[in-house]
Design a protein around this ligand. Sequence first.
Ligand code: AHR
Length: 495
Amino acid sequence: MRKSNIIVNTKISKGIINPNIYGQFSEHLGRCIYEGIFVKDEDCIPNVNGMRKDVISALKKLHIPVLRWPGGCFADTYHWKDGIGPKSNRKTIVNTNWGGETEDNSFGTHEFMELCDQLGCEAYISGNVGSGSVSELSDWIEYCNMGGISPMADLRRKNGKDTPWNVKYWGIGNEAWGGGGSMKPEFYANLARQYSTYMRNYDNSHQIYKIASGANGYDYNWTRTVCEMAGDMIDAISLHYYTFASDDWEHKGAATLFSRSEYLKTLTKTLCMDELIENHSRIIKQFSPDGKKIGLAVDEWGTWFDVEEGTKPGFLYQQNTIRDAIVAGINLNIFNNHCDTVVMANIAQMVNVLQALILTDGPRMLLTPTYHVFDMYQGHMGARQVESYAETELIGDEVSSFPNLQVSASEKDGKVLVTIVNLDDENECNAHIMLGGYKASSVVCQFVGGDASKFNTFDKPNTVEKENLDVLISDDGYSLDVILPKASVCALELE
Ligand code: AHR
């Protein structure tokens, strides 16, 4: 068993953790929207206005702050007017990005807003810059946000919604360097300026928040150019970074039954998120004009493995193990600790796609290990981040090595939440947690883990569940001792 000291000091903080860091992403891709969330009459799955009761009820427990839609790559082929009005009149299109499936547009703006309403979350709509137009996006905002009389507000009323939704978050395209138009950063930056000009506020008490399409991983030139040329016209810029288990795009590695070297590689790549945020943030800060702060929105992150055997390649359906839980725990800890720049993050994706929180199979549903991490981390939302530090040892092999522990902590309503990932798949860790500025009188500790390869199936949906861990509090309340299971994500809630 390894040993480690962990320090949590509530006297030092970088600020408030934006709840939107716990955001989600749902694209018209595979079985995310259709079947995973929204069911058609003939599917006979219990639903309210088309939204699956089981899925909504599980997601509501997470208090999701914000949901991004309709893509992803799909967003830059999506024409929103195809998805409003009577369903029988809606145009059928081809989802050219994701398997050439026929899209009947039965899930459109009204259905998305209904979904957000049922989840109790904010909407984040990604506009079409790649194949759309300035007027199309400008009309969409008018349709959603105009309260008075106008062509788009009247159209919305005709379609059954009298009052505006006041959608706050709007994306100016998606991956404009790739699927969103194969643009050069200078060209996109100019376009972002143009689009932003016509993305109007219709109600000054509900100002919109504009998120520019940002870099892919290490493309610092993209961030620099867009912030330099368009920084004065955006509120945030995005960053997309996925975790693969290999360097070969064609063979990303299996989601289950992975080798130890794939496990180690996956975590090495996940930990790069810290350096990426650090570097992009430094660039962004240089171009934040007149003291206005441009935020960083990591609006796509998560694991991307090979699709499950027998499923359609374009559907990006993968299983989810404790390894995924560890990837989620690490990333969320990183975002918490960068709460001075990271304003939003959206895991890809909420249901049935990539690192999903929920998987469905017809009427059946299961919660993945990643779901439980979001559940255990809920207390960080809107909390004051506090300094935390773990003494670590390097673990791994000749190719991949990294520290055995990773941590973040926050304080809210007199409670302190400490979330610790034990990345070591071979050893438990005896952790001695020292508290500065805070005295604990009680603690509840939950974890998922113990075996990196465990996962839930539809036949055995409870193989991975949150479990309780015993923690010893010192007599003076200023230190705690806990044995962190190997390959685990642990959350200690102190009071
Ligand atoms: O999440 C799947 C895809 O990954 C998104 O559509 C795209 O933005 C990214 O490349």
